[in-house]
Design a binder for this molecule. Structure first.
Ligand SMILES: [Zn+2]
Ligand SMILES: [Zn+2]
Ligand SMILES: [Zn+2]
Length: 148
């Protein structure tokens, strides 16, 4: 596990106390983006065996509300977290295996879709989720004879 980014510094800049839990969660998410809280917990627990799933949820919530983490609600599954917070990127989800990939927004800035002016709302974010089947799943599906 080699993280060159100084998470302690990032926490301090946002007025957050530097704790082992927060550092471990940030490093786990930086290493493996788009994982659920449960998966992050399993990873963090290797270094901090006493940490509970509940405290991982609390840490994720705190970090997300301070924009150190971005939360992504994957369609049909648990919320995912990532450290890529500074841009307005989108996600592509494989509907077969659940794999999630980042997709750079062509506009770069939120909101990248224009709502109708008749909406009467000030829109700050447009969430775009691309759904499809990844190449591996497509290859596996091509090999398997279709179900009767
Ligand atoms: Zn897939
Ligand atoms: Zn992402
Ligand atoms: Zn966009």
């Amino acid at each position: 596990m080699t993280t060159t980014f100084d998470w302690s510094q990032a926490l301090r800049e946002r007025g957050l106390r530097v704790t082992r839990q927060r550092l471990a969660v940030l490093e786990a998410v930086a290493e493996n983006p788009h994982q659920s809280a449960e998966t992050i917990h399993a990873q963090v627990a290797r270094a901090l065996p006493v940490i509970t799933v509940q405290s991982v949820y609390t840490v994720l919530h705190d970090l997300a509300s301070h924009r150190l983490l971005r939360r992504f609600d994957a369609p049909g599954s648990a919320a995912r977290y990532e450290t890529r917070t500074e841009d307005n990127h989108h996600h592509a989800v494989c509907t077969e295996c659940g794999r999630i990939e980042d997709v750079d927004c062509v506009h770069g800035q939120a909101p990248c879709l224009e709502p109708p002016t008749s909406l009467g709302m000030h829109i700050s974010v447009a969430d775009v989720v691309f759904r499809g089947v990844c190449e591996e799943c497509a290859a596996a599906m091509a090999k398997e004879p279709s179900a009767p």
